[in-house]
Design a protein around this ligand. Sequence first.
Ligand SMILES: Cc1cc2nc3c(=O)[nH]c(=O)nc-3n(C[C@H](O)[C@H](O)[C@H](O)COP(=O)(O)O)c2cc1C
Length: 437
Amino acid sequence: MSAAPVNASLGGHPTYLLDRAALPGSERLAVAREGGAYRALEKALRGMKPAEVTEVVKASGLRGRGGAGFPTGLKWTFMPPPGDPRPRYFLLNADESEPGTFKDRVLLERDPHLVIEGLALASYAIGARTCYVYMRGEFRRPKRIFEAAIAEAREAGFLGKNLLGRGFDLEVVVHRGAGAYIAGEETGAMESIEGKPARPRPKPPFPAGFGLWGCPTTINNVETVANVPAIVERGSEWYRRIGTDKSPGNFLCGVSGRVNRPGVFELPLGTRVRAILEGPAGGVRGTLKAFYPGGSSTGILPAAHADVAMDHEALRAVGAMLGTGGITVLDDTACVVRASAVLARFYEHETCGQCSQCRLGCEWMRRLLDRIEGGAGRREDLDLLLDLGANMSGGKTICAFADGAAIPLVSAVRHFREEFEAHVREGRCPFPEDPGA
Ligand SMILES: Cc1cc2nc3c(=O)[nH]c(=O)nc-3n(C[C@H](O)[C@H](O)[C@H](O)COP(=O)(O)O)c2cc1C
C-alpha cells in the first residue's frame, strides 16, 4: 500500500486530511508541526471548554467515517454529565478490516500526528483521560509508526500529564487485535480489549453508558477524528462549505480493483463515482461492469449507476451505502457470482457465531454460491438465496454483521440475476478462470 498514490484530487476543493501525507518524513513530529500539527489542540486547550469543542463538531455536521455515518458531535453528547464518578474512555477504532478499505492505514502511517491530535481533541471534548486505540492485528508497520509518533508527542507535551500546562492529562494505549473482522464492531472491540473473544454485546446499553469495563466510552473511527483538527481550527461554517448539505466534508476514497491508478484520494463527499474513476484513479482497465461503492458490506452496483454521488443520501437512494468510502471496481471479465462466493467465504470465516441467523446464514450463503459458481446450482437456489438474505437482514441479530454479509449477496442477485441464471442454465461458470484464484 505504501507505494500507492495519495492525495491526487479533482482540483479546486480544499483539502485537510492528506495535505502532509505526501511530504517526506511526514510521520515525524517536526515535519507535521511545520505543516500545522497541534495548532487546533493548542487553540482548544487555551481557549475552549470541552462542551465548546463538542458544539463546533456538532455544528460542522461531521458524520462518522467507520461505516454507519452517525453524527459525531451528537454521539459525543451521549456521554453522561461530568458528575458521573466512573472513569470515561475514548476508543479509537483502527481495526480497518472491511474488504476494499485501506484509508485509515494511510493516515496512521503517513500522518499519525493528525490522528493523535484528533483523538486528543475528542478525548478532551468527552472528558476522557485515557484513550485506547484498537488496531488491526495485521497492522504491524502502522503500529510501529503510530507508537513512535505517540512517544514523540508525549515528549513534546501533546500527550501525558498536564497537556500544554492546561491541566488536562491524556494517556494513549495501543491494543493490537488478532486479525478478526468482527473485532471492528464497536462492542466487539471493547470485549477484545477486556481480554475476551470479540463477541459484540447486545445493545442497549450503549457504549456511552456502559462501554469499556462498564464505564462511559465514546468510539470513533480513525478518519473521523482526523477531521476534527480542521473543524476546530477553521470552524464549522468553513467545514460545511465542503461536501453536501447532509454529508459535509472531505472523505478518503480508497479505490482498488480494475483501475489504472489504485490509491487513496481526498475528495469532497458528493463526488460522483465516474469522476473518481476517470480522474484520480486514472480510468478503468477494460470496461466497467460493476463496483462496490464503500466496502463489500455496502453492496454491488452495476455500471449504469456510475454517476451516483459518493454521499450517504445518494447511495441510499440506489439501495447501497457510503460505508467506508472504498470503491472496488470490477471490469467485464469479472464474474459477479464468483466475486459473491469469495465474499461469502470471508463472511462465513469471520462470523462470531453468536446469532443463528448469522452463523447458519453465512454458511448457507457460501454453500449455495459455491454450488452455483461450480455449475451444480438449481433454478430455485436464486430465490433460496434471496430468502436467506431476508432472514439475515433487518436488525434480527446482535450486531450489523449479518446485514453486512447479506447486502452484497442480495444486491448481486438483484442487479445480476441473469448472470446467476446463466450459471444454472449452462451448468458452469461462463467466465474465464481467474488466474489469481
Ligand atoms: C462487523 C463490523 C465491523 C466493523 N469494523 C469496523 C472497523 O474496522 N473500523 C471502524 O472504524 N468501524 C468498524 N465498524 C463500525 C463500528 O461498529 C462503529 O460504528 C465505528 O467505529 C464508529 O465510529 P464512527 O462513528 O467514527 O464511524 C464495524 C461494524 C461492524 C458491524
